[in-house]
Design a protein around this ligand. Structure first.
Ligand code: FAD
Length: 648
């Protein structure tokens, strides 16, 4: 069976495609690729847990000694102020051992990030150099056994004792122990501990404090109890642990006091009066971890697709009688399993690039960019959920696509599956994150119509402003639908290839779902129902709104990347890949589009046909498209080597 080749398009320049993908942070990406390409730094699937942990720490120290782990920190504290560059480096490191990645994420991103963003100059001067050089290994101790997603309800207490000028950190009950904390079981000397602050007997909400855990000889300090979480589903090179505090005293200066201070005589002050707003402002500064995990999941997906597509190009099974067996990638089912996933990983790559640029802008600007920050939070939450779920699904599909070979540890799928699994949970559980994104979207929606109560959700749940939103949006939909029904040629396959048509379908779905959920929320509240109960009723709808918003954003970013691709051949190829992303996304929800009158049954079938056609057109370019992703050979494990050796 011959693959469908496309002779009409100019040949794609894979180097140009790689340049486009690497974007402005090409230097750091290549530096990380070079480091990963050293055989000593390749993932080692057979290491026992303790040896793995030792190896990971050694690697992390090597990177720190080379100065690479300080890159995202301010220049005055030994860094280079390259927030975006540091995330690009982190993404590239995710081609390799993911325990190393997560160890670095905890130390430099979470622990270092908490000190940088929640602390003030005295903390920066005292700790940042030691953190970025890994002289002070530390933890980010937020989650407790009792509370992971709902961190406002943490129970660890930090009670101010004005007589001694100290905070007393305590774990009041079993559910309040800190749990799953990276770096705690073995290496962490200090932790940024999130606790309910109590000053003068008054609770002030969750704040972060620096609490020493171990001395310089790594002995656990008095009043601290630490337990190893032991072996996990994956990421065994990271020493996750549980921590209890038995009235541990730390100086007043250990409060990370960017957003609130406590004076020596016990007066609490914060520029942000509303405790909920204060709490979410603090959390918002830690968004970099979420964006980083999103990028890491995209990289892990690239590794899986590179292995599976190379394998599919080399492996033969079955064929017409008397002829050669057929390579797997010539089977339509195999194309269907791998190529839309490849298109989506390209799409997510460009969307992530945009989010990283926004993050860099917000965190390096002199001004407080409230609106941009809120948009960033919405996008970071939504994209992290979509990208990590894509990783989980695609890695499994790639494993199956490699058959029995995919099951062998040496080919990386075991580690990829196990290590990325938790990406859907940490840095915010995906289902919870999508609800957060949806709530932000509803606030944005009111913004656009000039109806915003700037404090957001409080006014929203009071249900006072939705009438206008709901009515206007309903009217707009009616008008759009009338206009569309008058359009000729709606059953054409042709217009599905039009980027504007694709974008319009996704935009319409996004705005329709968003206004629909707004109406439902308002209707429930108007009917006198408890807002929380109304919210629960609408949860699935909220999640759909967030997903639709992300799909639309991702397509917009992919389309923009196609437009700026300078090499004509690569541009044609990317354009098709973008079509495949758009149409396979529409195909996945074609029931919805039909239900809402946006696709006739004929047109819906045309979408299926278009996806098949695109798979066939892209099939000859599949190996080139994964080569352009630039995954180092050392990250591909044994299966890829076998695929290279197998004759066609
Ligand atoms: C390997 C690993 C490393 C970690 N490292 C750290 C670390 O270094 N520091 C740290 O502080 N924490 C860490 N964590 C903790 C992690 O951040 C939490 O596990 C995560 O936030 C989820 O919290 P939870 O486990 O309590 O799950 P829960 O919040 O109990 O969620 C369980 C399920 O309930 C669902 N759910 C919860 N609330 C809602 C709702 N309102 N509506 C609908 N569904 C809901 C969720 O979708 C989820 O499926 C780590 C966890 C793991 C597994």
């Amino acid at each position: 069976m011959a693959a469908t080749t496309d002779l009409s398009a100019p040949p794609a320049d894979l180097a140009a495609l790689r340049t486009l993908l690497d974007g402005e942070h090409v230097e750091i990406r290549n530096l990380c690729r070079a480091w990963l390409s050293d055989a000593d730094n390749a993932p080692r699937p057979d290491l026992p847990m303790e040896e793995h942990r030792t190896q990971v720490l050694k690697w992390a120290r090597e990177l720190a000694d080379a100065g690479e782990t300080a890159r995202g920190f301010p220049v005055e504290f030994g860094g280079r102020g390259e927030v975006g560059g540091s995330i690009a480096g982190f993404e590239t490191l995710a081609f390799g051992d993911l325990s190393l990645l997560v160890k670095c994420g905890v130390q430099f991103g979470l622990f270092g990030g908490a000190v940088l963003h929640l602390g003030t100059r005295k903390h920066h001067e005292a700790y940042l150099n030691d953190i970025t050089s890994l002289r002070l290994p530390g933890c980010f101790a937020m989650t407790e056994t009792g509370h992971g997603s709902n961190v406002q309800q943490l129970a660890t207490a930090a009670t101010y004792d004005a007589a001694t000028g100290e905070f007393i950190i305590s774990t009041p009950d079993a559910a309040a122990r800190k749990d799953y904390i990276g770096n705690a079981a073995r290496d962490g000397r200090m932790a940024a501990v999130f606790a309910q602050l109590i000053v003068g007997g008054e609770p002030r909400g969750v704040h972060a404090l620096l609490v020493p855990l171990r001395d310089d000889d790594n002995n656990v300090l008095p009043g601290i109890r630490i337990e190893d979480c032991g072996s996990k589903l994956g990421l065994d090179g990271v020493d996750n642990g549980r921590i209890w505090f038995d009235d541990v005293r730390v100086p007043r200066d250990n409060l990370l006091d960017r957003y609130a201070t406590v004076s020596e005589d016990g007066v609490y002050e914060s520029a942000i009066e509303n405790p909920t707003k204060r709490f979410f402002t603090m959390l918002g500064t830690l968004i970099q971890g979420r964006v980083s995990v999103c990028g890491a999941s995209i990289s892990a997906t690239k590794v899986a697709l590179t292995i599976a597509i190379r394998h599919a190009e080399a492996r033969r099974q079955f064929g017409p009688p008397g002829e050669d067996e057929v390579v797997l990638l010539d089977y339509r089912t195999h194309q269907r399993r791998l190529l839309p996933a490849l298109a989506k990983v390209y799409a997510l790559h460009f969307a992530q690039e945009d989010v990283v640029a926004r993050l860099h802008h917000v965190f390096t600007a002199d001004a407080e960019l409230d609106r941009e920050r809120r948009e960033l939070e919405t996008l970071a939450a939504g994209l992290k959920a979509v990208a990590t779920w894509h990783a989980t699904a695609t890695i499994q599909e790639c494993r199956e696509a490699c058959g029995g070979m995919g099951y062998l540890k040496g080919n990386r799928f075991a580690a990829l599956k196990a290590d990325t699994d938790v990406f859907t949970t940490f840095e915010g559980d995906n289902t919870v994150l999508l609800q957060l994104a949806a709530k932000n979207l509803l606030t944005d929606f009111r913004d656009q119509l000039g109806e915003l109560d700037p404090l957001g959700t409080a006014g929203f749940y009071a249900g006072q402003v939705f009438e206008t939103v709901a009515e206007r949006s309903a009217m707009r939909e009616v008008l759009t639908r009338l206009a569309d029904d008058l359009l000729p040629g709606r059953d054409d396959l042709q217009d599905l290839a039009d980027r504007e048509v694709q974008l319009e379908l996704l935009r319409w779905r996004s705005s329709h779902i968003r206004s629909g959920v707004a109406r439902r929320l308002k209707g429930g509240i108007d009917a006198g129902r408890e807002p929380f109960a109304v919210l629960i009723d609408c949860q699935d709808h909220l999640i759909a709104a967030a997903r639709a918003y992300v799909d639309c954003f991702v397509l917009e970013r992919f389309a923009a990347a196609v437009d700026r691709c300078a090499d004509p051949g690569s541009r044609v190829l990317l354009d098709r890949l973008c079509d495949l992303y758009a149409l396979s996304t529409i195909e996945a929800d074609r029931g919805w589009f039909q239900e809402h009158g946006r696709l006739s049954s004929t047109r819906s079938k045309a979408v299926i046909k278009a996806v098949n056609t695109l798979c066939a057109k892209l099939r000859p370019h599949a190996v080139g498209l994964v080569e352009a992703l630039g995954v180092p050979e050392t990250s591909l494990g044994d299966a890829a080597a076998v695929a290279r050796a197998e004759p066609r």
